[in-house]
Design a protein around this ligand. Sequence first.
Ligand code: BES
Ligand code: MN
Ligand code: MN
Length: 458
Amino acid sequence: MNASQYLESNKQRFLDELIELLRIPSVSADSRHNEDTKRCAEAVKKALLDAGCQKAEVCPTKGHPCVLGELIIDPNLPTVLTYGHYDVQPPDPLDLWTSPPFEPVVKDGKIYARGACDDKGQVFMHIKALESMVKTNSLPCNLKFIIEGEEEVGSANLEAFLKSNKKRLEADIVLVSDTSMISMETPSIESGLRGLTYMEVEVTGPNRDLHSGVFGGAVPNPITVLAEMIASLHDKKNKVKVKGFYKDVVELTPEERVALNKAPFDLEAYKKDLDISDIWGEEGYTTLERTGVRPTLELNGIWGGYTGEGAKTVLPSKATAKISMRLVPNQKSKKIAKLFEKHLMKIAPPYVKVKVTEHHGGEPVVTPTNSEAYLAAAKAIETTFGKKPIPTRGGGSIPIIALFERVLGIKSVLMGFGLDSDNIHSPNEHYGLFNYYKGIETIPHFLKNYTELKQKSK
Ligand code: BES
Ligand code: MN
Ligand code: MN
């Protein structure tokens, strides 16, 4: 029996086991779930051991624990380090879910649950692929695992963890399934991720909430001021007006732009899916460019004053906004944070106080499409999908990927099996069973191809 035959005869159990993992509400952002998050780390460790790892450990960090595992069959063979995360985004707004986020339901060939695609479902593909290879004696190389619990909150403690575990994490390549494909008919591999700078801006007007009739019209309203400041952050061409924002951006060559825009994109279907009558974005760039290779600035949240039921006449003391910027090569997260702060301080009118704080960040990455790892992934996907994958640029961010290279000196390959329509971070997140099983089937091919290419180049 080979690995894919083993998969075929264990499909239902592979699904049932994933469902159990999805029941654990490992929401990293919410400290009320700290015990669940720990329990989830233990479950991942157990799954790694059950699948055939020689060692697995739940390692404490300053934040949520990180799970390591390994199976070394021969020190002379290449070692692949699989990265993923077991933490998930908060599930709210809960009332928009058609079934509870932590009570997984299989419907129309998809599994619905928070984390189904991002990233428990994709992590579990690697664990079940491992089991399939171990049970059929077909593991071609050494495997290590690092499954973290803080990706969705910026992986703030992972850099220190990498630094103190360099030796244990030594590997030839990092394999990541935490990105998406264009579609199951058009397989693709992301050859880059955007970086991120996440900021918070607090505007304070009067020292306390006031009666909006007694004081309104005579005192600066922080919500109005914040709204004006925010509205000025894009110009008429929808370019970001933060001074110096584009300075380090590497423009694509005309050839690269043509290649990028060859990916299928149906504008009408896109608009229809999102129920918008028109798209929006930086003038002079296509949607694929705007979401892949151009930097952006987005409002993530804005609040202040009274937001409860009914009406309360109040002139609030404070207004706050959360703002993220997606970065592309060669923008640097810290530098952009400084430019942003400087810009906001400059545009703030003198009659309010403005406080700008930085949350997490991460650097953009580009993964070459001619590397052994990329070629191995492309060939694996071609084998299991029957079609050559096309390279695309992902709009999302995985901050740790740049650190794998900087701290450990290891490059990554982004072999993700999600879809942009999987509602990650949204209500009704789901993952196609087809995608799940295809992933489990494809991973052993990747490992085999990669090992062969590595051995040849020795
Ligand atoms: N898996 C996503 C990133 C992603 C999604 C990349 C789809 C490519 C395609 C990851 O879990 C994520 O959500 N990252 C965050 C950044 C983090 C610092 C909160 C993001 O991109 O917002
Ligand atoms: Mn993810
Ligand atoms: Mn995510």
